[in-house]
Design a protein around this ligand. Sequence first.
Ligand code: PNW
Length: 488
Amino acid sequence: CKSVNRHEIRKIPDGLIFGTATASYQVEGAWNEDGKSESIWDRVTHTKPCPIQNCDTGDIANDSYHQYKRDVAMMRELGVDFYRFSLSWTRILSTGFPDKINEKGVQYYNNLIDEMLKYNIQPMVTLFHWDLPQKLQDMGGWTNPYIIEWFTDYTQVAFELFGDRVKYWFTINEPREICYQGYGSASLAPLLSISGYGDYKCVKNILVAHAKTYHMYKKEFQQTQGGTIGIALSVTWFEPESEKDAEAAEESRQFQWGIYANPIFSKTGDFPKVVKETVAAKSLAQGFSRSRLPELSPEEIELIKGSSDFFGINHYTTKIVYRNSSFDNNFPVPSYYDDIGALTHQNETWETAASSWLKVVPWGFYNLLTKIRTAYDNPPVYITENGFSTKEGLVDDGRINYYRLYINAMLDAIDEGSDVRVYTAWSLMDNFEWMAGYSERFGLYEVNYNDPKRTRTPRKSAYVYKEILRTRELDFHYEPDISLPIAI
Ligand code: PNW
């Protein structure tokens, strides 16, 4: 892998646009206000005994439902080109179905979008960032093939309501986290651990629901609305420990994100060959009557192939992959990790964020962008999330270092031909970090959760990000004066 130079001052290429992101459940609050119904995150956070750190909930979160004007003021302070946020299905369709549209919930998104457009900040909208209607979960959620029509009914309403002003759409945020963490490892709502089975059923339904939404937009909306639409995958970089682990690393990539990327972005479509063959062989040996991984029919393969205008990437970190010659591990059988059949670790010397999984490995980002360029014929790439967590506090040099190194690595890949068009910092402000509650902070702005007003204050990193966007230069030596206000 390539060692990254810290160029003193580096130009940002024209045309690359910058923004920040959040997601509905993580910031909105107002969990039961104005006709919003219960989502799977409302259910999980209200469960007793509480599964979330410190029993935190998103009931109030950042109160963005009432404070969208302050949120937009922060975007103006930073000087971002766009803001990526998600729609809460349960706020727009209280029943989960399109039989009734909740006008007050719609009004909130109209207000937010209109306020952004007033200042020329482009809305980038994620249709689904994890807060599924609980009622649909009661019917199996993403393991029930009916979700394909539940989802397309909902997304059609969203295009009709907001598509006149929204020109960037993301169907689904991070299918891997939804399927594996939600259905396979009980580490996100709905907290199921039916690994090696439930997670794979989810994969297929997500891909088909995504692709049908994509084609609906193309057919019924794009001509009049003129936007672009795709998916955001979470892509961790998997680096082999040594040469003998090259195959294990490649197989890990195929299982962890190729299972989504190959059907959408490869020329042949379908699940990766190694994933199909491995799961089929293990399933039969384990006494199943068919592969635990569903098949994609020829029609489904065609439907999914090419169903994204760009490759959306949420990237945070890197893992090292190895395989023991005496492959023995404690993974349950069957399970997703037993199917993968490889082990991972992270280097102890790598700097760590407040989230233990998040290590600073900028060359992994470079390797990943290079891989996407070569494996999928250089698609347009949108970096839909990238960021670093700290504890509370305004002086966040760790976050500044992370952003500089990762943007630098991205510029290296661009120099070599990667077609990166969008960069998104996660996150605009601290927010509800899922099972970690408010204990891990990803914000360029700090949010004070002890204050009923949820006051937001720029961190040092906000000044640095603003300067990168203003100058369109990456300068490792720039030191902001954070005693000065961050002016619009
Ligand atoms: C993302 N990984 O999840 C989510 O989209 C956000 O909602 C979340 O707040 C943010 O990252 C920070 O955790 C991740 O595999 C998914 O390294 C996958 C990974 C990291 C984060």
